[in-house]
Design a protein around this ligand. Structure first.
Ligand code: ZN
Length: 129
């Protein structure tokens, strides 16, 4: 059985693009090595945006001045315009893109659970305003 690691949010911050950081091939959830020799086993949650550079040809390119984000917010207990909680998963990632890498769909699922667990924790502590 693999041990689940504590996840600190955001997992991808300003100017970053990959989690775990480039050169680190340990699954950020269970710690399993995802690359050995030339063999690579990864499930990647790819987050991003592209800029359309030619509408007629329908071509797209990387937006070098974009900052990507991924948040879970809850408006239930707060102001309509301001969320009462926010789990900032990705914040101002480079080129508006981010790759979150896992050893398996099991760890990807555990990651989504960790995000929702963090939202629940914030709602318990901050909610009910
Ligand atoms: Zn894993």
């Amino acid at each position: 059985m693999t041990r689940r690691r504590k996840i600190n949010f955001p997992v991808v911050g300003k100017g970053q693009i990959r989690w775990p950081q480039p050169g680190n091939f340990e699954c950020p959830v269970c710690g399993k090595l995802m690359a050995e020799g030339e063999k690579m086993e990864q499930v990647v949650l790819n987050i991003g945006a592209m800029m359309q550079n030619d509408k007629e040809k329908n071509t797209w390119c990387v937006g070098f001045n974009l900052g990507g984000f991924m948040h879970i917010m809850d408006h239930t207990h707060g102001d309509v315009d301001l969320p009462s909680i926010s789990v900032d998963v990705v914040e101002q990632s480079a080129f508006g893109q981010a790759d979150l890498c896992f050893c398996s769909t099991k760890c990807l699922r555990a990651f989504f659970n960790a995000i929702v667990d963090e939202a629940d924790r914030q709602i318990r502590e901050e909610g009910g305003k």
